[in-house]
Design a binder for this molecule. Sequence first.
Ligand SMILES: Cc1ncc(COP(=O)(O)O)c(C=O)c1O
Ligand SMILES: N[C@@H](CCCC[NH3+])C(=O)O
Length: 422
Amino acid sequence: MEEKNNTLYIDDASTTYLAEKYGTPLYVYSVSEIKDRIGELKKDFLNKYENTTVSYASKAFLTKAMAKLISDEGINLDVVSGGELYIALSAKFPPERIEFNGNNKLYDEIELAVKNNVGKIIIDGASELPMIEEAAKKYNKKVNVLYRVTPGIDAHTHEYISTGKLDSKFGFPIDEVIGEVKKANASEYVNFIGYHFHIGSQLFENDIYLKALDIVFKLIEDTISEIGENIQELNIGGGFGITYTDEKRPPFSFFLEPIMNKINTYFNSKNLKRPIITIEPGRSVVGEAGYTLYTVGSIKNVEGIRKYVAIDGGMTDNIRPALYDAKYRAIVANNVNGSNLETVTICGKCCESGDIIITDAEIPATNTGDLICIPSTGAYGYSMSSNYNSLLKPAIVFVEKGKDTLVLKRQTYKDLVRNDVV
Ligand SMILES: Cc1ncc(COP(=O)(O)O)c(C=O)c1O
Ligand SMILES: N[C@@H](CCCC[NH3+])C(=O)O
């Protein structure tokens, strides 16, 4: 993003023009920024180390246009539900490049995946293997499976997005998984290909990945002695942190260089073939590429306490501040350089006191009708949006080098009653 004539531009498109053309609230994605991030992943990972794959974690943000972009950029896709899988298939995403994660896969979801030749299923609980076998038998397939484990690592991030602890609803405790793997290994309907772990999200340390690897290496050794074979793939999840306010997004190499050095050294020292290494970044691919535009409505100055600036969306399009106490920054998009700064609380229009996007934002003095941009809303914004208070979900626009394309229409009131039967 940059400023021209006191106006904010995203990927060379004027935000005031976009707001006028599509209305607000509006999710705007810079396609150039998404491509830049994927380019960095290619430079720092895919092209640097052989036998590596990237599966974009589509829970961060998925529409058909996004699936097409990921497909065109040549990386793989991680889905966690039948719904995400359906969107990907609707966008003609090559099924063999899709992997299916998720902690409570239902039979119908598994059947959809198996029937459509999804590349891999990452088994997260003991109930899944029998369902995969049933679907594989029905469609005469053999399914590649990995097992997700919890290495027992407590990542320094919000508790709600720390997922590698032993006390977790995700994956298998590491010392229980081999019994399950033996079942898969004996099955005529699946190929056991390896392990998966994901320790958390919005991480800024690299050493926790290294600690997790030590634990998983031991598991790999035990697996070789129990089933007599090395694994073919190790998926180390996503989690790479990004900039929201004053954090600084580390380059991918900050995480991946020590990780890959450790992995290569380990497999060399054991004289074992190094498995394919897969990563699953979500937030770090789309987070900073996404911006939300809002129009200022009501302004209330509670004398001596706080000034509330209400925008035309809120926790319905960005639940993260309410859910994780997540911090954001704001830009007055039609007055970027305004010098008359004031401290205001930017709130939404939902009937919840907690519907606050930013507490105590320092922004140029605003008036009703001004345009507010919240950067870094590309991940887990639209994908976690809701219709609370029957607010309408915003439209999504992709912008690349000044060219804007509507990729998802704003909901209408008709959408709110579409499924009502009486
Ligand atoms: C299994 C798995 N893979 C990948 C991700 C993506 O994480 P992030 O968006 O932090 O890169 C998540 C979410 O935390 C996850 O649960
Ligand atoms: N939804 C979370 C991260 C996802 C965690 C997925 N395991 C966030 O907004 O930060």
